[in-house]
Design a protein around this ligand. Structure first.
Ligand SMILES: Nc1nc2c(ncn2[C@@H]2O[C@H](COP(=O)(O)OP(=O)(O)OP(=O)(O)O)[C@@H](O)[C@H]2O)c(=O)[nH]1
Ligand SMILES: [Mg+2]
Length: 320
């Protein structure tokens, strides 16, 4: 388990330790803007972030239950315990958002098993913001925006071009991440459907040119704890999918990589966010986009919640 006593980031008075427990559903945009102003965020840093030039944007796709929200919650929770993947937590403008998604994952209300709340389709296109700094590298920070989009939107996208086009946030992502559900891959009655889904999702997005030779794409096989318990036949199946996806798409994309993660081992044998440290640094550091060029613009989505308002407010230049 992570070292509970490691509080390296809390020595830095400029950092915002992710300890605030704010779970009210009635919080407004102003509430969390205030929250972020209440911390020692320098104006210069805030301005740089608001310019949108410094934040890498990671869009996380995958069908419902593949583990998207749990992955985001697990990253935040690891930073709760100190250094993760060589980085320290240095603040977030969406602490309420993190607390809300973690609330359902934690052992609260006498739950015996942690469960992540399903992301509602109505609250689409929400982003969570993380500010981190490299361990031993002083105060140079990096900003990361992680999408938490409902799996239903990705499922719809493989069946309809219109629904695929609704995922226009992928056009301006620095990283597009597809989660392939390890629990489905471990189940012989559902694994073929999962294999088809992942391939079709990438294909659909290539066909409408949301993914192209400039795109960085990562495939994450989730719930590796389940895969591990299922045995070698399942691992062989995953290797086969990996080979197929490479053969079909590698030449059409800027970068294609594969990882296995266990964001939340239900038997608690692995650390939270196990394996995520292998991919997180590249989300923070790498980008296929020339950040000095005007970025690809998004269609203004319908405003369905505070996350949409937040995103449009901090990155107005990202929208058409
Ligand atoms: N065993 C195991 N279960 C996991 C892991 N990660 C996520 N889960 C479980 O998988 C279920 C679905 O996870 P979510 O994060 O809600 O999935 P999602 O992709 O956000 O789903 P939607 O919001 O419906 O799109 C939850 O019950 C999680 O507890 C893991 O690493 N191991
Ligand atoms: Mg979700």
């Amino acid at each position: 388990m992570p070292n509970e006593t490691d509080s390296t980031f809390s020595d830095d008075s400029s950092a915002t330790a992710p300890q605030a427990t704010v779970t009210t559903d009635t919080a407004t945009l102003e509430d969390f803007i205030e929250l972020h102003r209440g911390e020692s965020l320098l104006t210069k840093e805030a301005t740089e972030f608001a310019s949108g030039l410094q934040a890498n944007r990671v869009v996380i796709g995958g069908r419902s239950d593949s583990g998207k929200t749990t992955l985001i919650a697990s990253i935040y929770e690891r930073f709760n315990h100190g250094t993760f993947a060589g980085y320290l937590f240095a603040g977030s403008d969406t602490l309420i958002g993190f607390e809300r998604i973690c609330h359902h994952s934690r052992l609260v209300s006498n739950r015996l098993e942690p469960k992540t709340e399903r992301t509602a389709r109505a609250v689409s296109h929400r982003f969570l913001h993380l500010r981190v700094c490299k361990e031993n590298k002083g105060h140079t920070h990096r900003d990361l925006l992680l999408s938490d989009v409902s799996g239903e939107e990705f499922q719809a996208a493989i069946n309809s071009e219109e629904d695929a086009r609704a995922l226009s946030l992928i056009r301006f992502a620095d990283h597009f991440v597809v989660l392939s559900d390890g629990a489905r891959l471990a189940d012989v009655s559902r694994r073929q459907e999962e294999r088809r889904f992942v391939k079709l999702l990438i294909l659909s997005l290539i066909q409408i040119e949301y993914l192209d030779k400039s795109s960085f794409v990562d495939i994450l096989f989730t719930k590796d704890d389940v895969i591990e318990r299922t045995g070698d036949a399942c691992k062989d199946f995953i290797k086969m999918i990996e080979g197929e996806i490479r053969d079909s798409f590698e030449k059409l994309l800027g970068r294609l990589r594969f990882f296995s993660i266990a964001a939340r081992d239900e038997k608690y044998k692995r650390d939270i966010a196990d394996g995520v440290d292998g991919v997180l640094p590249s989300w923070i550091e790498d980008s296929p986009l020339d950040k000095n060029q005007p970025s690809r613009k998004l269609k203004m989505p319908p405003i369905t919640g505070e996350f949409d308002k937040y995103f449009q407010r901090i990155l107005p230049q990202a929208f058409e």
